[in-house]
Ligand binder design. Structure first.
Ligand SMILES: [Zn+2]
Length: 746
């Protein structure tokens, strides 16, 4: 587990009283006209392959990628208002609220010009985050943001508002106050003192009356980690206050998009016990909240890790969690209905594991109301170089975005030192999503003496990209050779196997194997698993590892897929429970086995071995790309763009250089630099030319500057072609792409 970053917060927040810290972290972006997938250059279908192998590793042509649904679920033509590609945080400090002081106004203008010079196309607000803390100053704050919009728009840069809607800072005692200053300076820390807080309000709604009720003691819901009091998503006063605030914000600030954070419940399992939540649980699910201490519902509450509380064997507890995430989704729906066509995003630092239930974070329930999707991928400490563990989540986010009409996906990378900014940029390229660069000095007790502005860090990389490899990821399609199933049902029902591992652990284990073997994959989520047509649209194998909670419709769809010759690699258990978490009388895997589908391949779990190895060695699976020689630590991802395929290389063997003195609050050193393990960077791969049509390629990298190298190809045996890529002098990232034809951009 990474320490001292946002995902660590997710674990801690619910969860223990220990207060540590959060690491968080676009010229004209007029949306491009709606495109069609048939404009891509797909690989050629293979022929003559064994039925057990993927025969056509390309996603089926699907029409019109750029349609954005409105809140009613209908698709409005015209696409997103804009598509961020090179975003950066617009940091604010307490002084900015003194707008229109001249130096504040001058600073806005100067930074907007600097952003333009760094080819940043979207500025995303950061600073006045816990928004209702500033209720007494909204006039000046909105004046400031309107001024920011004015200056950015002159530079053809979009501005996204960004705040947390459902909290107020309420540090408890001097110790809490001091702790906040050590770790949370990235939020402007101005808030009501305890006496004033009694009367703090907006539009007649007292904040104290909007707060959640902690079931343990009847006190206000509290998130220890941030020192926040938490508003209740079911409280009509809070919802009215938030709606009126949004309407005012829209009148006073011409923002282009908005990120409204914390669509979850940081107070954890034991909130909220207010009358509205009790009524909702009764009405929607027919349950009463039992008193705290009822072990049959609350589980073992002696555990210090509060995310482990709760008895998932009790259906009422599972419904309690459903009600909580339903409530968050309804709040987001209200937000979307208020802002209309303005692009809406929320923070999401994670999407897969069970621990998210403890804070009611369920991205799939939120997705229908979102227009942009954001993944917080890395922290600022030395563990950042271990980027591989984030691959599954990144692809999860990408799939959610794609199923929302190919909505823009964005990854945020936090940095303290320059190289952290470069790694974030590389990850955006590798994953094929927009990059949001963000310094995060506020996570440290004080700014480093040599702190750089984000635009200064990112300028060279953005310049290089525009001049050498301006790939439009929003129009790109990953090469998909297998589909890896992730089950939200398993997560929602808290299912764990006899090995105590959850289904997401198995997804991550497969992700690591696929990444290591350079096999293109995508995640396939629960909704799609019940869609027999969607399953059959792609001929690639499905991987199901520990998919224990299966609905009847999913089972029927899977049977249909198998009966038509589809390939499934399955590691049990499978179908031991239904989608609500109730145990089935008989496991569905028994029924599958009886049917003797010829392409149902039972394999071992990836958490305890390497099932991929035997699938390949036994000739059941034939990857498009196989490395023949050279450093094996280069991860390869193939993506098809309008003008042709590109192959992204990102090093899995990066070694962190810790900052000698600066540490995050959890004690891990900040990432100062990194280097790559030595290896032979003359790389040779065999690839199936029937399935991957590539030609006229060259290697480019910011690490090669203006230079590029030709890639050589020759015919190999058995219909294979050989690709030789020279990455000498490149440590972190390179792209192999088609040489530009004069007059053509790639
Ligand atoms: Zn409530």
């Amino acid at each position: 587990m990474k320490k001292n970053n946002r995902r660590e917060f997710i674990r801690m927040a619910a969860l223990s009283g220990a207060g540590l810290g959060l690491s968080r972290r676009l010229p004209a972006w007029a949306g491009e006209p709606p495109g069609t997938a048939d404009q891509l250059v797909p690989p050629v279908a293979a022929d003559g392959l064994d039925a057990l192998t993927p025969v056509m590793p390309v996603e089926s042509a699907r029409p019109a990628a750029f349609f954005m649904p409105n809140v009613a679920g209908k698709f409005a033509p015209g696409g997103p208002a804009f598509v961020p590609r090179r975003a950066a945080s617009w940091w604010t400090t307490l002084e900015d609220i003194l707008w229109p002081e001249k130096k504040v106004v001058d600073r806005i203008k100067r930074r907007a010009e600097n952003f333009a010079n760094a080819n940043i196309d979207t500025a995303i607000n950061f600073g006045f985050h816990v928004r209702f803390d500033f209720a007494n100053y909204f006039g000046q704050l909105h004046g400031y943001y309107a001024n920011v919009c004015e200056e950015l728009h002159k530079q053809d840069i979009k501005f996204m508002e960004h705040y947390s809607c459902n909290h107020v800072e309420r540090p408890r005692g001097e110790e809490g106050l001091r702790q906040l200053q050590k770790t949370q300076r990235h939020h402007v820390l101005l808030f009501h003192d305890p006496a004033a807080a009694q009367y703090a309000q907006y539009e007649g709604h007292y904040f104290n009356d909007c707060c959640e009720i902690d079931i343990r003691d009847g006190g206000r819901g509290y998130a220890d980690y941030y020192a926040l009091e938490v508003f209740c998503h079911n409280n009509p006063g809070f919802l009215d206050m938030h709606k009126k605030y949004l309407q005012r914000l829209m009148r006073e600030v011409p923002f282009d998009g908005i990120e409204i954070d914390d669509m979850c419940d940081y107070a954890g399992f034991t909130a909220c016990g207010c009358k509205y939540c009790r009524e909702r649980l009764r009405k929607d699910y027919g349950h009463e909240i039992p008193p705290f201490g009822d072990v049959s519902f609350w589980g073992d509450t002696s555990l210090s890790d509060r995310s482990r509380w709760g008895n998932y064997e009790n259906p009422a507890f599972r419904d309690w969690l459903r009600m909580k995430s339903d409530s968050v989704a309804d709040h987001l729906k209200m937000i979307k209905s208020t802002i209309g066509g303005i692009p809406l995003m929320t923070c999401c630092s994670n999407a897969g594991p069970i621990v998210l239930n403890s804070i009611a974070l369920n991205l799939e329930k939120l997705a229908p109301y979102l227009d942009f999707f954001m993944l917080e991928n890395v922290g600022i400490n030395v563990e950042t170089v271990n980027w591989m563990i984030m691959d599954a989540e990144a692809l999860y986010q990408k799939d959610v975005a794609e199923k929302r009409g190919n909505a823009p996906a964005i990854t945020i990378s936090y940095m303290v030192c320059e190289k952290g900014g470069y790694l974030g940029w590389c990850l955006g390229r590798f994953w094929g999503v927009a990059n949001w660069s963000s310094t995060l000095y506020g996570r440290l007790e004080e700014d480093p003496a040599d702190a750089l502005e984000v635009e200064d860090i990112m300028r060279p990389y953005n310049h290089w990209e525009l001049h050498h490899s301006d790939l439009n990821n929003a129009r790109g399609k990953d090469l998909v050779e297998v589909r890896l199933v992730t089950s939200s049902y398993c997560r929602e029902n808290g299912w764990r196997g006899a090995d105590v591992l959850e289904q997401w652990d198995r997804v991550k284990a497969w992700s690591a194997l696929l990444l290591k073997n350079n096999i293109g994959y995508r995640l396939l989520r629960s909704d799609e698993l019940s869609d027999s047509k969607a399953l059959g649209d792609e001929p690639t194998p499905l991987i199901l590892d520990g998919v224990a909670c299966v609905s009847d419709s999913q089972f029927r769809a899977l049977q249909s897929f198998l009966s038509k010759g589809g390939t499934v690699w399955m590691a049990g258990p499978f179908g031991t429970h239904d989608e609500k978490g109730f145990k089935r009388k008989a496991s569905l895997s028994d029924e599958l086995r009886k049917s003797r589908y010829k392409n149902l391949v039972m394999v071992g779990t990836a958490t305890a071995g390497d099932p991929l190895k035997s699938l390949v060695s036994e000739g059941r699976f034939w990857p498009v790309l196989r490395q023949l020689s050279g450093n094996p630590l280069w991860a390869v991802r193939i993506r098809f763009y309008k003008e042709g395929p590109a192959i992204h290389f990102l090093n899995r063997g990066l070694v962190a250089v810790p900052h000698p003195t600066i540490k995050e609050n959890a004690g891990l050193p900040v990432l100062k630099d990194f280097y790559a393990e030595a290896g032979d960077n003359n790389l040779e791969y065999a690839f199936d030319a029937h399935r991957l049509a590539i030609d006229r390629l060259s290697v480019k990298s910011p690490e090669l500057g203006e230079n590029s190298r030709l890639v050589t190809m020759r015919n190999g045996r058995d219909g294979q072609s050989i690709l030789q890529v020279n990455l000498e002098g490149v440590e972190t990232y390179a792209v192999v792409q088609q040489n530009a034809i004069p007059g053509q951009t790639i």
